[in-house]
Design a protein around this ligand. Structure first.
Ligand SMILES: *Cc1c(COP(=O)(O)O)cnc(C)c1O
Length: 413
């Protein structure tokens, strides 16, 4: 057998204009690369983790002691959040797109009995889990949650806050209120809303568990730290049932962030090797979020999303999303059916837009950490060129006029 050493892997700079990862902030990358070689028990690494915990509570508006972050991606945080769901538990879960669909699979895996697992190991049908399917492109409403919880009276209820598959915002207030009314513990996939939307966990007392990710609204690197937060009620439930996980058990995992027996302690305790690089990057992304402030940032997302939305609408596209960080759209009728071709053409040029990952095929364009005139104008021009290349009719002058009228004076930043 011959032995082959590949050349050093080089990955080019691209324009990340999809649902995530976002355009990692240069200051986050710098914090990552400036970090020295230090083990996970070195004093500044431990101090950094404790500081991250406090900043995260501030950003997320919560006094939940069990607020920290899980090494990995959004799914790591979600798996941690779902770890308290035990075989046989009664769950109502809402599915309105790619991500909540995978969340409902995770819930069926957690709530399946051994017999249900054996019958269908990769896709168990857990009798305790009721999945409410909502059509692609539609939001979960408070009325839907109210009706389902009144009927099923589950221990747990689940919903995505923002369903990134279809770009839809679901009704967090209605969900939390219904959970409170019916004594269910709410679980929320907040992977794409944290760091973009201005909301506070403590305003939603019906919700017991929250999970997010590093690389979307927080503009940190993927595979650093995925935020989670749990109410005391959630932790009490977990204490009484246990969980079938060591590394994704919130009680064990919180110890690294200086949370032991429900109390903040001075520094974390070891049983997992954390990365000083990841801690430094995460710490910087939280500092940036606090410095800018969520109110300002979420307003800025809305302003720039509107410019992008109006520009693609002027090109004949139909926008079906309502998330301020992501557009999901149908191409004009003459280009219908060529969404994948358009997306692949763009990606081949380093313009990283996305298709939807479940039917129907639509185009997704994200603006994570692209909140300025230059970045939005570039996205609009690149998209316009890609449409023209496929034979679409695009009035470039009208688009430049739209950009000038929106950005010419007040929001030129
Ligand atoms: C991106 C996303 C996920 C998955 O997050 P990863 O960081 O890729 O693991 C889950 N849920 C939602 C709503 C998302 O947007």
């Amino acid at each position: 057998m011959t032995f082959h050493i590949y050349p050093t892997l080089e990955i080019p700079e691209t324009l990340a204009a999809g649902p995530g990862p976002g355009n990692t902030d240069a200051r986050v990358l710098q914090a990552f690369t400036n970090t020295g070689v230090a083990d996970h028990m070195q004093g500044d690494v431990l101090r950094g983790m404790v500081e991250c915990k406090h900043m995260l509570r501030e950003i997320w508006g919560t006094s939940n002691t069990y607020t920290f972050a899980v090494a990995g991606t959004g799914w790591s945080a979600l798996d941690t959040m779902f770890s308290a769901v035990m075989p046989g538990d009664k769950v109502v879960a809402f599915n309105n797109g790619t991500f909540s669909d995978i969340d409902t699979l995770t819930l069926r895996i957690k709530a399946a009995t051994p017999e249900e697992h054996a019958a269908n190991p990769l896709d168990p049908l857990a009798a305790g889990v009721t999945v409410i399917d909502v059509l692609h492109g539609q939001s979960v409403t408070g009325e839907m949650v109210e009706a389902a919880l009144a009927e099923h009276k589950p221990k747990w209820a689940f919903m995505a806050h923002w369903e990134t598959g279809s770009g839809r915002i679901n009704d967090l207030r209605g969900f939390s209120d219904a959970c409170e009314r019916h004594g269910a513990m709410g679980l929320i996939d907040a992977v794409s809303s944290l760091g973009v939307e201005d909301f506070r966990i403590d305003d939603y007392p019906g919700i017991a568990g929250w999970a997010s990710c590093p690389q979307k609204g927080l503009c940190c690197l993927p595979l650093t730290y995925a935020p989670v937060s749990f109410s005391d009620e959630y932790i009490d439930s977990l204490k009484s049932t246990g969980a079938y996980s060591y590394v994704h058990n919130p009680i064990f995992e919180a110890r690294h962030w200086g949370i032991v027996d429900g109390q903040d302690v001075e520094k974390g305790t070891y049983h997992r090797t954390h990365s000083g690089y990841a801690v430094a990057a995460f710490h910087e992304s939280l500092r940036l979020t606090l410095t800018e402030g969520l109110a300002k940032r979420s307003g800025s997302y809305r302003t720039h999303e509107k410019v992008l939305r109006d520009a693609v609408t002027a090109m004949g596209c139909e926008v079906t999303s309502d998330m301020p960080s992501l557009l999901v759209l149908n191409l004009p009728p003459e280009l219908a059916g060529r969404e994948m071709e358009l997306v692949l053409n763009c990606r081949a040029r380093g313009f990283g837009i996305w298709p939807t990952l479940s039917a129907p095929v639509q185009v997704r364009i994200g603006i994570l950490n692209q909140l300025n005139r230059q970045a939005i104008s570039q996205i609009i021009r690149l998209f316009a060129e890609a449409m023209r290349e496929l034979g679409g009719t695009v009035d470039f002058e009208a688009i430049e006029a739209l950009l000038e009228s929106r950005y010419g004076t007040s929001i030129a930043a």
